[in-house]
Structures are given as C-alpha cells and as structure tokens.
Design a protein around this ligand. Sequence first.
Ligand SMILES: [Zn+2]
Length: 332
Amino acid sequence: MAQIEDIDDALEAVPAREAGPVVIGIDVGGTIVKMGVVTQRGEIIAQTKVPTGALEGAEALGRVSEAAVELARGAGVDTASIAGIGLDVPGVVLEDGTLAMAPNITLDLDGLRDALAAAFPAARIATINDANAAALGETWVGAGAGADSLVMLTLGTGVGGGVVIGGRVIAGVHGAAGEIGHLCMNFEETEACGCGRRGCLEQYASARGLIRLYREECATCGAAEVEIAHATDALAVFEAARSGNAQAKRACERLGTILARALAALAVMVDPDAFVLGGGMCGGWDTFGQTCVDAYRTFVIPGCAETPIRVATLGNAAGLLGAARHALAALQ
Ligand SMILES: [Zn+2]
C-alpha cells in the first residue's frame, strides 16, 4: 500500500503536460547550438547545449540532430510526435526559409534541415532570423508577453532587431525588415559599418560602438582612458561610468540618446505596444536606460510618448523560445 501511495505521489509530482503539439526550438550560433523541447504555452520542458564548430558535413550536422533526439527522449517525448522544429539562425532568412546571407557562421542550412527531418519524420521545420526569433520569444512569454505588436533591439557585439505585428514577425520581401542596426543615424559619418554603409545605429549602440563613443569623449578633453581589455569590452565603460568617470558617463548618455532617437523613428513607423531592449549591452542599462527613456519622450511624437521601453527578460532562452513559437505558427 505504501508503495502504491508513493507511486501516486510521484505521478502527482510530475505536472501533467498540456494537450497540444510539442515542438523543438533550436538556436543556432557560431560556437554553440541551444535547443529546447517547448510546449504550446511556451514552457521549456527540457533543454540542452551542443558546442559546435562549422555546421557542415554529416558528422557535425548529425551531432546536432542526435542531441535533439536525446533531448526529446530525455523529456519523455517520442521523436515521431514532435510536430515542428523551429530553427533560428544568425543570418538573413527570406519568407520561404532560404538563407540569403549569414556572414558570421559556416552553416549548411539545407543539410541541417535534412538531418533533422530524418530524425523527426513528422516535424515541420521552420527557419527564422535570430534577432527576429528573440523578438518573437519576448512577445510570447517575455518582456512583451501579451503584446500584439512589439519592436525589439538586441544590443550586443552588433545590433539586431525584430518587428512583431499581430503576433507575427515581419521578415520583409528581402529579409531586411527588422534590420534596425542598420538604420542610419548619422549622415555625416566617415567610418564604414560592417554592412558597407555609414552612420548605422550599430556603429554607436553596439559594444564596439560604445567603446568608440567613450574614446571620442576622452580624446575631446584629453582625458586618460580606463583599461579596455578587448574590442567589445563595454563592461569596462559601464563600470567606469558607475564609478563616476565623466567621459564614460557621457558616452553612456550618448548611447541612451541615440537609442532614443532610433526608437522615436521606429515609433512613427510601427507604433508598437512596447519596445524591448535585449542583448549583453543591457547589463549596463543602469548607466544609459534613464537617459534613453527620458530622451525618447522628448523626441517622439506626442501620441507615442507613453510607449513602454522594457529590458528583455528571457536572456539566452529568447532565441529558442522564439524559434519554437515560429514552428508552432507554421503548423497553423
Ligand atoms: Zn550598417
């Protein structure tokens, strides 16, 4: 009897999984692939990470699909019952799932899809750009949960973006919708952006951009620079700002101001329910967030002045959750 009670207790302890499709969200990065088994309510019931090199060739691609199979089995889900797989990739993805450009990764996307299709015969595979996936994830179960429309900026080594309208990411005819990092903020810029143009938001609001703003501030007044360990060591600037360094504080204020100008421009294009800012640079939100919010209210047309500007809440899981949401949407 005691044993039976134990079994009943054990069964109660495992939450009953809701009915409905279960999908796998896969966040493909240059050095690591993150994946999770996700329910239709956005709950991750199991997740794992696979370190990767170049994602091409049977061995490397097989490692990813095998990890997904192990993950599903570990979660007690039959591979044949996985209804969809969402793949988020760091590149320009067209509406039909074609990868138009992926400058930062070696990826045989067709080969990866084939390997996954062989392992998950019932799964429909849907592909989405990584910044768009993060926006979709945050709209689903993150900082924008409940919003119908949202604009997200991912501030990291570069600046990515995603626009969600009516619960769906807008990819655009050429996959360029949401490439907010390449919104031109400065027509007088002389240095080139990674995209080849000049004056892009990414040149100021990325980790590299903030360091550049800081160095400009130091050069203007002849101040000595604090030690910056590497080209994307924005943390050094944030810490200097927190400790009262005037040039670092000024650089962070300029970062907040330029972000506000970008958000004000986006407000008159999309007028979303909310803006969400994510990525590693948000670790310095305390140094530039208030400036950003205050400046936004000054720059934007009055009707949009109260649009909330929030920091993302899903962290590294935003991509795989957004990929899963994209996979679920593709099933409908
Ligand atoms: Zn650019």
